[in-house]
Design a protein around this ligand. Sequence first.
Ligand SMILES: Cc1ncc(COP(=O)(O)O)c(C=O)c1O
Length: 426
Amino acid sequence: MISHVLESTYQRYAAKRPVSKRLHMDARSVLPSGTTRSVLDFDPFPFTVASAAGCLLTDVDGHEYLDYLGDYSVGLAGHNPQAVRQAVAAVLDDGWSFGTVAAEEAEVARMLCERFDSLDLVRFTSSGTEANLVAISLALKWSGREKVLVFDGGYHGGFLSFSRGRPSLNVPVDAVLCDYNDLDSVRAAFDQWPEQIGCVLVEPMLGSGGRIQSVPGFLAGLRKICDEQGAVLVFDEVQTSRMSYGGAQGLLGVHPDLTTMGKYLGGGFGFGVVGGAERILLQIARGQQPSYDHSGTFNNNRFSVSASAAMLKSVLTRESLDALFQRGEQLRGQADAQLREYGFQATGWGSLIGIHPTDIPVARTSDLADADRRPIELLFHELLDRGIYTGKSGFVTLSLPQTPETDARFLEALESSLQVVARACR
Ligand SMILES: Cc1ncc(COP(=O)(O)O)c(C=O)c1O
C-alpha cells in the first residue's frame, strides 16, 4: 500500500513543480543524478529554490516553504542574516583573495579560543571534511600510530563516512569501527590493536547517523580511555558546536585534544576549523621539529572568515545559542509526544532533531537498520505538501528566525501528515 501511495505522491509533487522538473531534467545531462550533493537527491527530483529570506524558501514554481532543514545545520542564522550581509558587503568593497593574510583571521581564532576551553590554537580549512582530515593527520603524526577509531554511523565528511553497509567515497583511512555509546567495544579495539590506535574521532551526538545523542558517561569514558592508551581524542563538533557558547564539550564538561567545526560558523560560506592543544597544533608551525606544511588556497577565504567573524560577534551570542537549545528541547519533546502516538519517535539534542519510524530505544545507528524508511519518505513529502521543508531522512534543524508560531505550524503539519502516513501503512 505505501509504495502505491508514494508513487502517487511523486506524481502530485511533479505536477505542482513543472519548472523545477524541467531544470532537473536539464541538470541530469551534466550532473550525476542532477545534483552535486547526494544528500539533496530525493524522488522524484529536488525542487529548485529561487530565493530565501529568514526561515522562508521560495521555489521556482512559486511555492513557499518554512525551512526546517536549515541546510543540515549551516543555516543556523537563517537566510541572508543582516550581520553576514554587512560583512560580505565590506569584503566586496575592500577586496578578497589577497594571497596574504587579513586581520579577521586572528580575530576569529581568538574568539573561538575564548569560547572553547580546549582550544589553544586553531587552523582554518574550506570545509568540515578538510578540518577532520587535518585533525586525523595531526593526531596520527603526534601519536606515531596508524589506526583511527571511529563509530558506526559516524559522518565526518564526504570522504570520511563510516557506516556498516553504506558505501562511501572514503579516503583510505586505517579505520577501526566501534559501536556508538558502547565503551566495551572501544576497550576491546584497544586490546586487539595495542599501541596502534592513534586517534579516536567521535561526534558528541551522531549527526547524519540519525541524530542520536551520546549516553551519559560515554564521552567522558572515551576521554579516560584515550588518556590511558596514549591516543588523541578528537571531537567532531561540526554539528554540535551549536549546543552552547562553548559547544557540546562546554555543556558536557568533557574536553577533547582536538576539535573540528564548520557549517553554520561560516555564515553560509564554506568553512572549517580544526583546533586544540598547542602541543599538537604546533606540528604545523614553521620552525618546529618536526614540522609539517598544511596549505589550502581557500583556508583564509575572506568571505568565509569575515562572515564567521560577524557570526561570532553578533549572531552566536550566549543568549541566542541557549534560547535555540531550549526551543529545540521543547519542540523535540512536543514532536516526540505526537510521533509516539503513531509508533514513531524523535531523537536528538537541542536544536538538532531526528524523526524515526520506530519506537524502540535508539542508542546507535544499527538500532535503526531494520526500520522501513518509506514512512519517513512519505512523511517528508506530506510535510512538504503542507509547506514545511525538512530533511528527506527525517532531520529537523532549527534556526534563529523561526518563532513559536512557526513551530506551532510545524507541529500542526506534523500531526496531519502523520495521519496520512498511518493510513498508508495500514
Ligand atoms: C559531523 C560532521 N562532520 C563533518 C561534516 C563535513 O562537513 P563539510 O560538509 O563542510 O565538509 C559534516 C557535514 O555534514 C558533519 O555533519
